[in-house]
Design a protein around this ligand. Structure first.
Ligand code: NDP
Length: 254
């Protein structure tokens, strides 16, 4: 088997029906993996599955709310029923509520933390016994530039994305001898529904991103495919607990 070959592997991508998740799912499909697109919006997931099938992949959608423990456990169960194995988990589902800390309510804080961080705990917790039994696995957690930096308009989001990096390290250490590699990806500014909304809500964001990004462009879903394949494949078997920026150089200069 080639170092980047994912034939025979089964990947679950939360939030895999659009944006970064679908970009990663396309890459994994291209490398030979079977895909489970796990999100809430059934129509969007059906479109993503059709697209992945058109690439030649075996693909299925599972409706999940990643903030609900029973729903996350059912996602893993349905994957096992349909495919009989689960090799790769991408904890990608995420959200943001853009307000300064003094305007953010506790409910809003919890909504962001539940969706971005607690979800990754619940899904990783649910797949660990499966991966351990299979003799190994790959978990890819999606962080952000806010894993490194703060922003006045993103207190809960920055807390969740900082947390995801530390959670990644803890799982990597705990599960290394189970042959489960756990890594984080820190995307720069990627053009998706999430950031289309951000561009409307945060004045000057578009120009600031272009000014600070050495590559002088926003990233795309396709830019996220290569790192997903690397971290999901045997090529990264000695890489664990890392947080890899995929950001056109955004994080290397102020
Ligand atoms: P999108 O808004 O395009 O995608 C978010 C995805 O998460 C959707 O597929 C959505 O599907 C899913 N989702 C949201 N809430 C839930 C939930 N409760 N249960 C299940 N699925 C859920 O955004 P992006 O592609 O931009 O974001 C993907 C990830 O990348 C997020 O974690 C985000 O924080 C991160 N990120 C994005 C950056 C960017 O510049 N775009 C930069 C850095 C990190 P549905 O609505 O159908 O449930």
């Amino acid at each position: 088997m080639g170092a980047f070959d994912l034939k025979g592997r089964v990947a679950v991508v939360t939030g895999g029906n659009g944006g970064i998740g679908l970009g990663m799912a396309r890459g994994l499909a291209d490398a030979g993996a079977a895909l489970v697109v796990a999100a809430r919006n059934r129509d969007k997931s059906a479109r993503a599955v059709a697209e992945l099938k058109a690439l030649g992949a075996d693909a299925e959608s599972v409706t999940v709310d990643v903030t609900e423990e029973a729903s996350v456990e059912a996602m893993v169960k349905e994957t096992m029923t349909r495919f009989g194995r689960l090799d790769i988990l991408v904890n990608n589902a995420g959200t943001n509520i853009r307000k300064p800390p003094h305007e953010l309510s506790l409910d809003e804080w919890r909504q962001v933390l539940d969706t971005n961080l607690t979800s990754a705990f619940m899904a990783s917790h649910a797949v660990h016994p499966v991966m351990k039994r299979q003799g190994g696995g790959k978990i890819i957690n999606i962080g952000s530039m806010m894993s490194l930096f703060g922003a006045s308009f993103a207190p809960a989001y920055a807390a969740s994305k900082g947390g995801i990096v530390q959670f990644t390290k803890a799982c990597a250490a705990a599960w290394a001898l189970d042959n489960i590699q756990v890594n984080a990806v820190l995307p720069g500014w990627i053009d998706t529904e999430l950031t289309q909304r951000a561009r409307r809500e945060v004045e000057g964001l578009h120009d600031n991103v272009l000014r600070r990004t050495p590559a002088k462009r926003w990233g795309t879903g396709a830019d996220m495919a290569g790192v997903a394949v690397f971290l999901a494949s045997p090529a990264s078997d000695f890489v664990t607990g890392s947080a890899i920026p995929v950001d056109g150089g955004y994080s290397i200069q102020g």
